[in-house]
Design a protein. Structure first.
Length: 162
């Protein structure tokens, strides 16, 4: 989703949103994905320019089938990181090269990234995108996703106040 004229634009608000069928479409409370997507849409509506890149990287890059397998392991007591490890994956295997290429194709010179994930910043910068600011993108937790958010902060380095 693109808002405004972006050719040569600097400090464009950008949200990299990884696909989450269970949250975005089905409204699952076990993550904060849908809330983050909706908040990003509202944020962009308040600015003259903005981009939301919806990236096909379900389940932190492990795919829908493996994400559902991880859910089974989580029901048995593992957190999201340990479940991914038990399936033979790193905790997050997403790649931000395509996102950087899309931003370059749009002519964006630099971004203000709506994210709590330092890996997204590093991924964009490693692929030639200047991130001038990280805009915190934390939303209130609920009883179903609180432990998920704590795990993201403690084990995956997300910049969250939990």
């Amino acid at each position: 989703m693109v808002r405004g004229d972006l050719r040569g634009a600097e400090e464009v608000p950008v949200r990299l949103h990884s696909e989450c069928l269970t949250g975005d479409v089905m409204g699952s409370y076990r993550c904060d994905c849908r809330d983050q997507l909706e908040a990003a849409q509202m944020y962009m509506a308040e600015h003259e320019q903005g981009i939301i890149l919806y990236l096909r990287q379900e389940g932190r890059g492990i795919g829908l089938a493996n994400k559902l397998r991880a859910y089974v392991l989580q029901e048995q007591g593992l957190d999201t990181v340990d479940a991914n490890h038990a399936l033979g994956f790193d905790d997050d295997v997403r790649d931000y090269r395509v996102a950087a290429e899309m931003l370059m194709t749009l002519g964006v010179q630099s971004v203000r990234l709506l994210s709590n994930n330092p890996r997204k910043i590093a991924g964009l910068e490693a692929n030639g995108i200047v991130v001038t600011e990280r805009v915190p993108h934390q939303l209130p937790s609920n009883s179903h996703n609180h432990n998920y958010l704590v795990t993201k902060a403690r084990k995956s380095g997300h910049l969250l106040d939990v």
